[in-house]
Design a binder for this molecule. Structure first.
Ligand code: SF4
Ligand code: SF4
Length: 481
């Protein structure tokens, strides 16, 4: 039997040292049991950030007072008061969530052949479709699961996702009506099948709608998003955007690639002129080789992305109307109020298999849509296996146990709980394993530095949803797909 470790620590006697604790009183920062507070250059004229990499506690400190702050104990005192709450919040977010949403792919088919699509081409061409009866069966089984796991009063979320879900419109719409009191619904669509009747159906039921558009003009969009026969869909998306003007539950995703990067600022102008409430300027997911061919380098990605953010701010100041760029707003929230974050990629473990999971038309279950079609990430089948067992299956654990604290260089990175080292699917497909970084490390560094600069200048609210801080308890909001 191991005897308890008893040591004299300063003037105190520590009866039993918990594992991982040094025999010190923690009087000094960055040694012994003292707080770890790492200074980070955020590129601001006057301020630096100091961050505890473990809890994501942070403070902004005047550059010319940094040494004084680190030595005089004031910062350590603030840390001692606030760090436990930061640690608890981080623990809950990272390890305490249960799935509350499912990305449902009612079809494997898509009428487009986007260059960066993560779904294999043969599946998109003539893959499986769910019948209406099967789709209703699937949501009945899911409802049984959520009835056991989600507190009364909260509705679980179903996001119809791609391939192109409206290729199976009839089954999808019947299912939405069948379960109208049981779920909140969303759909991510390429817009080609979003005719007037579909828009009327979806908006009258307050279904969240996400569209995709990659360029401010057809020549740019067409470089990555075209039909199988090479036809443009740019104007169809603009038509849908026009029809959705004023609908609050909609967003547009632009995927930034080498083909449209220099136009990100123009995209922001276009979206703002169409009164799009929220957009995402997502970096291309480099899961498949085709996507990696159009992957911008990090520095260029950061430069154009930040120019687009700056432009969105100018437009807000000129017009009083915000265009929230959700993927960046989420980074800001990860710093300001981690539980208010609405997307679950930039946290580790990420939301895949933990906050949500994905259902393929065959009934196969994956931690995230990014893994659909990758056999070794299949956790089971909805119609054959118990969902609780699937969530604990080896393929799911590969994603839900991917912990940024446990692989280098991320484990040494002070901003790891604002970045999360996404994405496990990219790390696996592009970099050879789950214990590697994803595709855009330096891009995350630049975004986080920019976010801290906005906070230092008191501008962060301008980049966030109005009322983001009222009753902060969001954690995951599927309306931003
Ligand atoms: S980081 Fe990747 S696997 Fe995780 S939720 Fe995001 S897209 Fe899915
Ligand atoms: S990917 Fe880069 S920025 Fe993100 S946690 Fe890892 S080292 Fe840090």
């Amino acid at each position: 039997m191991n005897a308890p470790v008893t040591r004299t620590v300063g003037t105190k006697t520590a009866a039993t040292l918990p594992p991982g604790h040094a025999p010190s009183q923690g009087l000094y920062l960055n040694s012994g049991n003292g707080a770890t507070l790492v200074p980070i250059d955020i590129g601001h004229d006057d301020f630096m950030a100091v961050i505890d990499p473990h809890t994501a506690f942070w403070a902004l400190v005047k550059k010319d007072r940094l040494a004084e702050q680190l030595c005089n104990g004031e910062l350590a005192q603030t840390y001692a008061e606030k760090a436990p709450a930061f640690a608890e919040e981080m623990q809950m977010l990272r390890f305490g969530l249960k799935p509350s949403a499912v990305y449902v792919n009612p079809t494997e088919r898509c009428d487009l052949n986007c260059q960066y699509c993560y779904i294999p081409a043969d599946m998109r061409r003539d893959g499986e479709q769910m019948s209406q009866a099967k789709l209703i069966d699937a949501l009945t089984i899911l409802k049984g699961h959520f009835d056991q796991t989600i507190d009364d009063g909260r509705l679980p979320q179903i996001i119809f996702h791609g391939a192109e879900p409206l290729m199976n419109k009839r089954a999808m719409f019947a299912t939405i009506d069948h379960f109208k009191d049981d779920y909140r619904f969303g759909v991510q669509t390429n817009s080609t099948k979003l005719d007037d009747k579909s828009i009327e159906f979806l908006t009258s039921r307050e279904v969240s709608i996400g569209l995709s558009l990659d360029g401010p003009m057809a020549e740019i969009t067409d470089k990555t998003r075209i039909t199988w026969t090479g036809k443009s869909v740019h104007d169809k998306v603009l038509t849908a955007m026009e029809k959705l003007r004023g609908y609050p539950h909609y967003s547009v995703i632009a995927t930034s690639t080498t083909e449209n990067l220099v136009h990100l600022k123009d995209m922001v102008e276009l979206f703002h002129s169409y009164e799009v409430p929220t957009c995402m300027l997502n970096q291309v997911r480099c899961t498949l080789p085709g996507a990696r061919e159009v992957r911008p380098n990090d520095a260029e990605q950061a430069r154009h992305f930040i120019a687009a953010l700056d432009r969105s701010h100018e437009l807000y100041k000129e017009t009083g109307r915000k265009l929230v760029i959700a993927n960046f707003a989420n980074i800001l929230l990860s710093i300001l109020a981690p539980t208010a974050r609405r997307l679950m990629c930039d946290i580790s473990p990420c939301g895949g298999g933990r906050a949500f999971f994905a259902l393929a038309p065959s009934g196969d279950l994956f931690p995230c849509s990014e893994f659909i079609g990758v056999e070794e990430f299949k956790g089971g089948n909805l119609f054959e296996d118990d969902i609780d067992q699937v969530l604990k299956s080896e393929p799911f654990l590969k994603v839900t146990e991917r912990n940024v604290d446990q692989f280098k260089p991320c484990s040494d990175c002070a901003i790891r709980h604002f970045c999360g080292s996404p994405c496990p699917a990219e790390a696996f497909e592009m970099n050879g394993g789950q214990d590697r970084t994803g595709a855009f490390c330096e891009f995350y560094e630049e975004q986080i530095r920019y976010a801290f600069r906005l906070i230092a200048d008191g501008k962060a609210d301008d980049y966030l949803w109005d009322g983001w801080d009222k009753g902060v308890e969001t954690t995951f909001d599927f309306s931003l797909m």
